[in-house]
Design a protein around this ligand. Structure first.
Ligand SMILES: *Cc1c(COP(=O)(O)O)cnc(C)c1O
Length: 298
């Protein structure tokens, strides 16, 4: 039976020193979710925890979930399974292929099923899980990316984890959050945690027709508590030279490793807003490093 793991990592909050921030008088601290664990890294652990709680309450032996061949979510689920001793099944998009992520999933003991592309699209159908529930009656289904309200609720604690560390930075307060958005689940958790006290700025790593505002409304978020801006630069998986150069420059200047799909796009979007004069001097922001470095190995 799955027992809810008693694991409460403490992601450090660290100042980010970059010329373009200093010139604009803007201060940024990074909440390093990438550092919570070498295998189980990033925002995915926080989104997963409430799903594990549900699985434990239902007396299940493990979880089954969905993702692609580079999925940070599948990686976190499989790593949690091997670490905390519960069964995991991964339903993968597309045809079997060999990536560093897939090799890790196998090494972690996740059982994999490749659904093809059409089969994967069926995940949105209401009856999608029926056949998998029959096949694996002992496993608790977790939506793609660990989303939904449970996933968002798992991210609420990030607000407190960061606030606790403000005195060590010499900050008495901050003006808002900045982070990359895929499904918007992590942003929703921060906005729930702030309850309107400070704005949460989401840089959309996916294209604007992905339905993020609709999903945030379904999670009950008030429109005035968050701000979304386009940051996908032509498509989720599209990488351009300026983005890759920015990512390398940031790493050279600060030692902070980013990946190009989410975190580098989000920080570059902040630089663009700063360059446009939209972020007043004296602003203090918490940037969430949502992890994802495992998916960028090649
Ligand atoms: C999954 C992921 C995100 C997106 O998180 P959402 O909660 O879906 O918005 C952001 N950054 C990284 C590195 C991710 O792996």
């Amino acid at each position: 039976m799955l027992i809810l793991p008693d694991w409460s990592p403490e992601p450090p909050l660290q100042r980010l020193e970059l010329d373009w921030l200093a010139h604009a008088g803007v201060e940024v601290a990074v909440l390093r979710l990438d550092l919570i664990d070498p295998q189980l890294s990033g925002n995915k652990w926080y989104k997963l925890k409430p799903h594990l709680r549900e699985a434990a309450a239902a007396g299940r032996a493990g979880v089954m979930t969905l993702g692609g061949a580079h999925s940070n979510h599948l990686h976190a689920v499989a790593a949690a399974g091997v670490r905390f001793g519960f069964a995991t099944v991964g339903l993968l998009r597309g045809e079997p292929c060999d990536t560093p992520t897939v090799r890790d999933l196998e090494a972690f003991g996740m059982r994999l099923h490749w659904l093809g592309y059409g089969g994967y699209r069926a995940r949105h159908r209401e009856d999608f899980w029926d056949a998998w529930r029959q096949r694996y009656p002992d496993l608790h289904p977790v939506p793609e990316g660990g989303g939904g309200l449970p996933g968002a609720q798992g991210c609420v604690e990030l607000v407190e984890l960061a606030r606790r560390q403000l005195p060590a930075l010499g900050w008495d307060d901050y003006h808002g959050w900045w982070l990359a958005v895929g499904t918007g689940t992590t942003l929703a958790g921060l906005a729930l945690g702030e309850a309107g006290q400070r704005p949460v700025h989401g840089a959309l790593a996916v294209s604007e027709d992905h339905g993020v505002p609709r999903r945030l409304a379904e999670l009950g978020l008030a429109r005035e508590h968050y701000h979304l801006q386009p940051a996908c630069r032509g498509g989720f998986a599209r990488l351009d030279d300026a983005l890759l150069a920015f990512m390398r420059d940031t790493e050279d200047a600060t030692g902070l490793s980013l990946e190009p799909l989410y975190t580098a796009k989000a920080l570059l979007a902040l630089r663009e807003r700063v360059a446009a004069g939209e972020v007043p001097a004296g602003t203090r922001l918490i940037f969430v490093h949502t992890g994802g470095l495992q998916g960028w190995r090649h």
